[in-house]
Design a protein. Structure first.
Length: 299
């Protein structure tokens, strides 16, 4: 079984071209499953695996207090693995067909109140290259609704100054366009000019480089956002994704059309975007009160 697993990792990296983070996540999930069925049932061949073993693994995850979201992610990884096995490794039956995902309690995405976004970390050197870059990173994550990997991969040629658009390469190699405001475009151009004055050896076309010329990396971006949000009250998680959630929530609160929000976020389906429409009933009530002649509007 280990040989098939290793070939699967090569496949998702070289053929599907999954990101390093996604590949690592799949590796953790599949290795964990393989260890469980090997240690518990002494299974060594993919052809021995049945839905019973998979259900047993899922129960063990839940008994160990893994969140429903984590369990769903691990099941998705296993689905991808078994699809690969059927297509390339000669597996006849798919044991995933009888697997029912445990129900999960949907949680509203956490977002930051607009007024609290002004509470920033500000570094001790407000005009330094590092400080200007950190400020732009936080601004872009929120203003364009970017994922962390999308921000890191952003290249200079992705900036369309004439149309004031940003080309984003999202999940599954999908591309989308996000509008740029005039002030934000000026901020980006000012930073790029500063970069060429500060960074000596520029060999990458990525927008965000460290002073040594290397692209910024995931942990660095996380630390920047975490420091920026350290003073925001009642915020348990301070990750880059919180800024993306805030981008979508604030658009929704302002009455943005759900399809427009979907396109800006790069979601493949409306289901993923609908979680940001939690205040839709209040918006509809306000529209009805304002516009319908039989409403109870006193105006």
């Amino acid at each position: 079984m280990q040989n098939e697993i290793e070939r699967f990792y090569v496949y998702i990296a070289s053929v599907e071209r999954y990101s390093e983070n996604t590949k690592q996540s799949y590796q953790n999930d599949i290795d964990g499953f393989a260890f469980f069925i090997s240690a518990t049932y002494q299974i060594t061949s993919i052809h021995e695996i049945t839905h019973f073993h998979i259900r047993s693994w899922i129960v063990s995850l839940m008994d160990n207090h893994h969140s429903s979201r984590t369990v769903h992610r691990k099941i998705s990884a296993l689905n991808t693995f078994f699809r690969y096995l059927r297509r390339f490794e000669g597996l006849k039956a798919d044991p995933m067909k009888k697997i029912v995902r445990p129900k999960s309690q949907k949680k509203l995405p956490v977002s930051i109140p607009k007024e609290d976004l002004l509470i920033g970390s500000g570094t001790t050197e407000p005009d330094s290259y590092r400080s200007v870059m950190e400020d732009l990173i936080v601004t872009l994550l929120y203003s364009a609704g970017l994922r962390r990997a999308e921000l890191i991969g952003l290249a200079e040629q992705d900036i369309d100054r004439n149309r004031m658009l940003l080309k984003i390469r999202g999940k599954g190699k999908k591309e989308r366009l996000v509008p740029l405001g005039k002030e934000l475009l000026i901020k980006i151009d000012d930073f790029i000019r500063l970069k060429y004055l500060t960074v000596k050896d520029i060999t990458s076309d990525q927008v965000f480089l460290t002073e040594s010329g290397k692209p910024v990396y995931p942990k660095m971006v996380y630390n920047i956002v975490n420091r920026y949000l350290k003073n925001v009250p009642n915020l348990e998680r301070k990750s880059p994704h919180i800024l993306r959630h805030s981008f979508a929530t604030h658009l929704s609160d302002a009455g943005a059309d759900i399809n427009a929000v979907k396109m800006l976020l790069g979601h493949s389906s409306l289901a993923a975007t609908q979680v940001y429409m939690h205040n839709a009933p209040n918006r509809l009530k306000a529209i009805y009160t304002r516009a319908h002649p039989r409403s109870e509007n006193d105006d």
